[in-house]
Design a protein around this ligand. Structure first.
Ligand code: USQ
Length: 492
């Protein structure tokens, strides 16, 4: 059996961001023939790291045979790969920066620090105390022995961003620089506009920067499972593109759907911005032969990775208010301070979930295995598929049985417009099959770990200080109101 960690041993320079295609290859003119030309040895490349080889056939060297690659627990990884993280100050950007730096990558990051500002505007804050970016970088240097290059640049500021990309010439980009909140995007025309502008102009700038300054780089863009919605027909949520044998049947006719983008049915203006991001990336890969992986990620929760656990000065942010906190994180915080766990509506809404630790493992594996030039790839990044009610009950039980708390669960009027009873069949196979991913987390253990951290006095005080923001009031249908309790004290 092959070692899952080394899933990409047989990949070749055709996939490697360190090669340059020689002779001004016009991929658009080559069209789909480019791959077969490469296979027949008619395309030559030069390695930017090993110029002494001269021109060679990109299919002739595999990762396991190349001295520029080293075996890691996540597969063969390009040594000292230059990775630029857009949105490095965020919940996911910071843990990824630490993990990549620890693996020996050269890590560069930008952030406009908007998240801190927007959370503060809501009267909330990260309930894990976090230092400034400079303080965290200093701690990473002292405690982990790594260097991280950070610039306070807004991805929407084309001039500054392009100049930084031209200077660094990244071999990979991670697009995390988006406003990630569905409730925020539904609060007003101003917040909807800000979300759409920030997310879509940012991604557009990235695609043009790649075209002009780093065309061989790969990009990993964070999409969301919420792009698909929850189709009431029960149609499976395929991984972004229809599988090869999918057909559309109408009347007496039948057409292949294989390889086409699956329908999107976004559930908020934030999710609408993510759908546009998908098309921006899909089209750019097509027009300019760029390569990337669109990650349809479920709801992320949790607060630990090996690097984050090193010391509290390396904490990542952790939000629990109605706009910026995701559901499991909110439930644990509510239980810690004796506020009711708020189930919206029936509680039978089903979503896919993943821990921060597993999400980081996935991202490194994806970065280690870039797609081919011109290839737009999609993965569904979830590990557990659960209902909101089950989650509330699990959190309440662990809080009561193991942490001496007395949690209560309430069903309240649903502030959102969403299906409360729906089938949900998520296909999530590629990460395991093609990238060697295997989950290292489970829901209950992660919830235990969250309780331990959030019950520390420093966090408890911060949750208390944000208590007013725990109970939702923002309506999808417009405005704010005090929501009614539909059922108090649910069993668990
Ligand atoms: N929910 C409750 N009670 C709460 C909070 C949420 O019942 O106190 C319910 C919501 O109604 C929803 C589900 O829990 O049905 C998930 O809500 P959420 O706030 O955890 O997640 P969501 O708004 O869907 O967005 C989050 C992230 C977003 C990411 C998305 C993945 O904020 O960035 O894209 O999860 S997904 O949900 O798969 O689209």
């Amino acid at each position: 059996m092959t070692d899952p960690a080394q899933h990409n041993a047989g990949k070749t320079c055709w996939n490697c961001p360190a090669v340059e295609f020689k002779g001004h290859v016009d991929f658009r003119a080559c069209g789909q023939a480019a791959f077969s030309r490469a296979a027949e040895g008619q395309l030559v490349v030069e390695c930017k790291r090993r110029e002494e080889i001269g021109y060679f056939d990109p299919m002739s060297i595999t990762y396991d045979a190349c001295p520029e690659y080293e075996a890691t627990e996540f597969g063969y990884l390009l040594r000292g790969m230059r990775v630029m993280i857009l949105g490095m100050d965020g919940y996911l950007g910071w843990p990824l920066a630490l993990k990549l730096a620890k693996l020996g990558c050269q890590v560069f990051g930008i952030d406009n620090m908007l998240r801190r500002e927007l959370v503060a505007e809501r009267g909330a804050q990260s309930v894990l105390p976090i230092g400034s970016m400079q303080e965290r970088i200093e701690s990473a240097r002292e405690l982990l022995g790594v260097e991280i290059d950070f610039r306070p640049i807004d991805l929407c500021d084309r001039e500054e961003f392009f100049a930084y990309v031209e200077e660094v010439k990244p071999e990979a980009f991670v697009q995390y620089a988006e406003i990630p909140s569905a409730p925020y995007s539904m609060a007003s025309v101003e917040t909807a506009t800000k979300t759409i502008y920030n997310n879509n102009i940012g991604t557009l700038n990235l695609m043009f920067a790649m075209r002009d300054y780093a065309p061989e780089a790969s990009m990993i863009k964070l999409g969301t499972m919420g792009e698909y919605g929850s189709p009431l027909t029960g149609r499976p949520l395929f991984e972004g593109l229809f599988p090869g044998d999918a057909v559309l049947q109408h009347g007496d006719d039948e057409w292949s759907l294989g390889g086409e983008l699956v329908p999107r049915d976004p559930v908020s203006f934030y999710h609408v911005s993510k759908v546009q991001g998908t098309f921006t990336m899909y089209e750019s890969c097509k027009y300019w032969w760029l390569r990337g992986i669109d990650v349809m990620q479920g709801v992320v929760y949790g607060l630990h990775t090996p690097e984050l656990m090193t010391d509290p000065s390396l904490n990542t942010r952790f939000d629990i208010d109605e706009w910026w906190g995701t559901v499991i994180n909110r439930f644990v915080a509510q239980a810690v301070v004796g506020a009711p766990l708020t189930i919206f509506g029936s509680g039978n809404q089903i979503r896919g979930y993943i821990t921060v630790a597993d999400a980081m493992q996935c991202m490194i594996r994806l970065l280690a295995s870039p797609p081919e030039p011109g290839q737009y790839e999609v993965v569904n990044q979830v590990t557990d598929v659960l209902s909101v009610r089950e989650l509330a009950q699990t959190v309440a039980r662990i809080g009561r049985d193991e942490f001496d708390l007395t949690p209560t669960i309430q069903r309240i009027e649903n502030p959102r417009v969403e299906a409360e009873e729906h089938p949900y069949e998520v296909i999530h196979e590629k990460l395991e099959k093609d990238f060697g991913f295997s989950s290292q987390s489970n829901v209950e253990d992660e919830i235990r770990y969250m309780f331990k951290r959030l019950m520390e006095p420093s966090s408890r005080e911060l949750i208390e200080a944000s208590r007013d923001t725990l109970f939702p009031k923002t309506l999808w249908s417009g405005g704010e109101k005090t929501l009614e309790v539909v059922e108090a004290d649910l069993d668990y």
